[in-house]
Design a protein around this ligand. Structure first.
Ligand code: NAD
Length: 364
């Protein structure tokens, strides 16, 4: 292992969901920065398009294991020391479970996360958990006070709940209320991670991420909206503004995957500082876009204009706006997002352009 990769303990870096968007990018970035570090990417290839990452991982010297976190045996790594686990495997759609069985969602996101924690306990490995802004209850987010502006809904300074302001939602936002089964599985896993950290002295950090975006995200209608938007412009397909009046003014902050890497790298280098902490992580107000604003940037970058229909009715589990208030992490870490929203969309565009043939049947 490279001497300047001071993992929380010695050993390999295991990235679960390592062929997914976040996992594969983190694997490649860690290997690039620390060439001597052994990086193992484990994935069951459930997400369509993840298979495209297998060769990419191998070409970067990363070991790929076709495994499933629902099976404890796949995580046993007998006679192989694991130093750090970054848990990036999930069914990441907030719509998962609606109109069907929640079995896969619960078994993967919760039981699977427990299996990862067990692996961390057995290996005394550090545990970095990719949680989500969706742990915060939907109804309360939609009850926040907004002002309707020309291109977006903007949060006002004066809000009915603690932890909310014009800068977004902080870790002090209340947790009571329904949050979708996706959010519930992630929050449950957070609670268990906290107990494992305390009881078994596992170094752990929980990052509640807003939208993460960038190349290698296989965007679809229910997850990966910025790739979906750029791909529709690139391949000239129709889109819809769904919900909240159908005007496309709903807002999300977005964080470049490379900014996330910079943060996790920093957290891993400072294990004691971040131990047992929970952070809201995202692009924040400065790096946020409404759908209408995203359309403008996509038109500018691709030179294409497409038809976008309007559907007034809300989709289940949808929220009007989410902006991560990252004041806590910014105060505690030498980190802040460096890549702009425009840069993120340009990077997605360039990735689609370079991989057009492979992607055209996946990014629909
Ligand atoms: N992308 C975002 O905007 C975002 C935002 C907040 C949190 N997150 C979290 O980040 C993590 C990564 O998300 P992503 O965007 O890379 O999603 P993704 O779907 O691109 O990647 C997840 C990967 O996990 C794999 N997987 C699913 N079930 C598995 C199982 N049982 N065993 C092994 N692998 C399995 C999938 O095949 C996929 O490759 C998730 O935990 C998600 O909840 C993502």
């Amino acid at each position: 292992m490279s001497s300047n990769f001071s993992t929380l303990s010695s050993g390999r870096l295991l990235i679960t969901g390592g062929a997914g968007f976040v996992g594969s990018n983190l694997a490649v970035s860690f290997k690039r920065k620390y060439p001597k570090l052994e990086v193992v990417a484990l994935d069951n290839l459930k997400r369509r398009g993840s298979e495209l990452n297998i060769n990419r991982l191998k070409n970067h010297g990363i070991e790929f294991i076709h495994g499933d976190i629902r099976n404890k045996e796949d995580l046993s790594f007998q006679n192989r020391n694991i130093g750090t686990i970054i848990e990036c495997s999930a069914e990441p759609s907030v719509l998962a479970g609606y109109g069907g069985s929640p079995e896969y969602l619960i078994n993967s996101n919760l039981v699977g996360a427990i299996n990862c924690l067990e692996a961390a306990r057995k290996h005394q490995a550090a545990f970095i958990f990719l949680s989500t802004s969706r742990v915060y209850p939907m109804a309360k987010i939609n009850q926040l006070h907004y002002q309707e502006e020309e291109t977006r809904f903007s949060l006002l300074a004066d809000q009915p709940f603690p932890g909310a302001s014009e800068n977004g939602i902080s870790e002090n936002f209340p947790l009571e209320g329904s949050r979708s089964l996706y959010g519930a599985t992630k929050l449950s896993a957070e609670l268990l991670a906290a107990e494992y950290a305390e009881m078994y002295d596992i170094k752990s950090v929980i990052n509640r991420c807003g939208v993460i975006a960038g190349p290698w995200q296989m965007g679809k209608v229910d997850q990966g909206v910025f790739t979906l938007w750029m791909a529709a412009h690139y391949f000239k397909k129709d889109l819809r503004y769904i919900g909240f009046g159908g005007s496309g003014k709903q807002v999300r902050d977005l964080l470049h995957i490379d900014d996330l890497f910079d943060l996790l790298d920093y957290q891993i280098q400072h294990p004691n500082q971040f131990h047992q902490q929970i952070y809201n992580i995202g692009g924040g107000l400065e790096t946020s876009l409404s759908l209408v604003e995203t359309t403008g940037l996509c038109e500018e970058i691709t030179g294409n204009k497409i038809s976008i229909r309007s559907e007034k009715a809300n989709r289940p589990a949808d929220i009007r706006s989410y902006i991560s208030d990252c004041a806590k992490i910014k105060a505690e870490a030498n980190w802040r997002p460096e890549r702009s929203a425009r840069q993120i969309l340009i990077d997605i565009h360039n990735w689609i352009h370079e991989n057009e043939t492979a992607l055209k049947n996946i990014l629909r």
